[in-house]
Design a protein around this ligand. Structure first.
Ligand code: SF4
Ligand code: F3S
Length: 104
């Protein structure tokens, strides 16, 4: 599966949802997550994310993100259509430690 990680938070560009062939993105207030049981590992979302927040779970060190994606994909609503990103998305692009500061 692929996973959404820290830099999605408050950037939430949503380009990823447009390209996913199985619509397996789920939406929280500040970020999206991927449902690990629904993702077919096609990889097309990874290069589409302007924040470079999406990685395959084969990348070392992503265990906590995989857990977070799985947990919230079961709780949040599905999203399959891109909307406008937050107006201040660019201000948060690249900021470190967004999970601790802003996650909701
Ligand atoms: Fe969707 Fe493919 Fe990305 Fe998985 S890897 S979330 S199936 S676009
Ligand atoms: Fe987030 Fe990137 Fe999608 S910022 S909403 S993972 S395009």
């Amino acid at each position: 599966t692929f996973v959404v990680t820290d830099n999605c938070i408050r950037c939430k560009y949503m380009d990823c949802v447009e390209v996913c062939p199985v619509d397996c993105f789920y939406e929280g207030e500040n970020m999206l997550v991927i449902h690990p049981d629904e993702c077919i590992d096609c990889g097309v979302c990874e290069p589409e994310c302007p924040a470079e927040a999406i990685f395959p779970d084969t990348v070392p060190g992503l265990d906590n993100w995989l857990k977070l994606n799985a947990e919230y994909a079961s709780a949040w609503p599905n999203i399959s259509i891109k909307r406008d990103p937050p107006e201040d998305a660019k201000e948060f692009d690249g900021e470190k430690g967004k999970l601790e500061k802003y996650f909701s």
